[in-house]
Design a protein around this ligand. Sequence first.
Ligand code: NAD
Ligand code: USQ
Length: 397
Amino acid sequence: MKVLILGGDGFCGWPTALHLSQVGHDVTIVDNLSRRFIDVELEVESLTPIRPIHERVAVWKEHTGKSIGFISLDIAREYDRLVAVLLELRPDAVVHFAEQRAAPYSMRTPATKRYTVDNNITGTHNLLCAIVESGLDVAVVHLGTMGVYGYGWSGSAPIPEGYLTVHVSTPDGAIEREILHPANPGSVYHMTKTLDQLLFAFYAKNDGIRVIDLHQGIVWGTETPETGIDERLINRFDYDGDYGTVLNRFIMQAAVGHPLTVHGTGGQTRAFIHIRDTVRCIEIALDNPPAKGERVSVFNQVTETYRVRDLADLVSKLTGAEIAYLPNPRKEAADNDLDVTRDRFLALGLNPTMLGEGLVEETKGIGVKYASRADFSKIVAKTVWKAGMEVAPDLMR
Ligand code: NAD
Ligand code: USQ
């Protein structure tokens, strides 16, 4: 299958590009390298030494003989070029990772709020509009997020895979309907993903675009079998207060001897998936597109759920790291339960890496190997959701 990977230079996109190439797909990455420029803006680097994109694809070819194309293109700003790329390459499918994906970065300043909305919504809409203009039948696999559902809306009922069955009272009695699960975003970033869902629903209905929306949990881990082939293929590892995600941050903090930064009580429960399972899920999704005219196919791309303080305890037990309970810079529930339906990928053959097996390996691996690259001043999260919220001081100098 010919596959375009939008955002293929990023944390999820790069290992996906390698894996899809490895299993025989003809892969082209489209990326404007904005994530690398944001590192420059934030004055921080991936903990792992990521190589320039042209070197990355050349090293892949050197080891496997397989070519991965690279096109530098901003999908939110270069609409005509996007149409031209579709018409020239005529892909069977597009995997869409190309969004600003950090909730704290999206809440950082008025400029980053506006950038996140402009980039994510216009990028997604440009893609859908360009597919219609091209006249091609291209399946779209999009990376959504568990955060579209929010934390607590469904009460004690498990969060379904996209659609909720509701009963509506009418004068003639109750009727049953399936609706898109109500959106309840917790950041400007998460809000863009809820808006993406409406764009997909409209283009599926109006133009018969085949869309799979994958509501992914927090991705942890770094390496996949393909990125591990050569150090120059290594995946990025974000640890800073804006882009680092909770479990990878705890793994890195333990490795460098920094206390684990639990926000608030740590009673927040979130969904998780290992990066090796992310790439496998994309492969499965590509093999199982909806038929033309079908509604958007939604999967919950999640393998387990954990409370933040329980994760900190697990990492602390394995490594001896201290735990610091810090003021929460975010506006979020101090405590929530999370029961997520995750049957569809399991039914299609996903065999997940669970925290119990994977965590020991991760705490001894990348974080320790590249500990000397850490900038301690970038670890504690400084972006607040609302003016006046308390920010924790740096814990080490
Ligand atoms: P990332 O920031 O590492 O990668 C995103 C890539 O997209 C970057 O390489 C960036 O340069 C590129 N990009 C952004 N805007 C673009 C544009 N306008 N044109 C072209 N390229 C553009 O993020 P990631 O962690 O790999 O996340 C990928 C996707 O998966 C995102 O949509 C994110 O919302 C979703 N997701 C990520 C996680 C996670 O834990 N990392 C969890 C759930 C969902
Ligand atoms: N948290 C801490 N300590 C930290 C970092 C985070 O306690 O040092 C807490 C946060 O306050 C929050 C939870 O951990 O309650 C998760 O935060 P996160 O930064 O790991 O994840 P989040 O902001 O939700 O975003 C990440 C990705 C995003 C993806 C989302 C999936 O950056 O792209 O969409 O996970 S989900 O959370 O399932 O919506």
